[in-house]
Write a protein that binds this ligand. Structure first.
Ligand SMILES: [Zn+2]
Length: 178
């Protein structure tokens, strides 16, 4: 499995029909992409180094993933879990596939299609820490360690996000510019 990214940081240009369908070259927080998945830094860094792992195909249900997509997803997890453990010292990772926003009646995300929910399979890979961690002078804490994560809307500036992304990429065998 090859991990692809871009030497130049991508320019954000999101697909308004489904933000998960945005091309990897328009995801400004891209870490890498493969044939079937793309990995971007999670917009909420309540867990330092947390990511979103998104199917590159618009697919709504886990049961609709192909064996090839499942197999490659497993490979992505197999490299990301140890990478996040030794890059930032995460104690463990959590993984969830929610898609709840696609089903809410107000401001569904992605928007409804033909009056129906239109989810896109993506996984929240959340890093969990038994002790607080400092990165680039910022202290990251995990006050609900031992329980499901409490999202605290930790939004970082682009410079700091780029440093986190680059640090993860440096740990991986990224092939730049496809
Ligand atoms: Zn989509």
């Amino acid at each position: 499995m090859l991990l692809h990214a871009y030497q130049q940081k991508p320019i954000a240009n999101y697909n308004t029909d489904c933000i998960s369908c945005t091309l990897p070259n328009n995801d400004s927080d891209l870490i890498f992409f493969t044939d079937f998945w793309k990995v971007v830094l999670h917009p909420d860094q309540s867990g330092l180094g947390s990511c979103l792992i998104t199917a590159r195909r618009h697919v709504g249900k886990l049961s609709e993933l192909t064996p090839e997509e499942f197999s490659e997803f497993f490979q992505v997890i197999t490299i990301l879990e140890p990478t996040l453990e030794h890059t930032f010292g995460a104690t463990l990772i959590n993984l969830s596939c929610d898609r709840n926003w696609a089903y809410r009646t107000e401001n569904p995300d992605p928007p409804f299609k033909n009056g129906k929910s239109n989810p896109h399979v993506h996984w929240h890979l959340t890093t969990r820490y038994s002790t607080s961690k400092e990165f680039e002078g910022i202290l990251f804490e995990d006050p609900s360690f031992g329980e499901p994560i409490t999202w605290r809307s930790v939004k970082l500036g682009q410079d700091l996000k780029n440093k986190i992304i680059t640090k993860i990429q440096n740990e991986l065998g990224i092939v730049y510019d496809r």
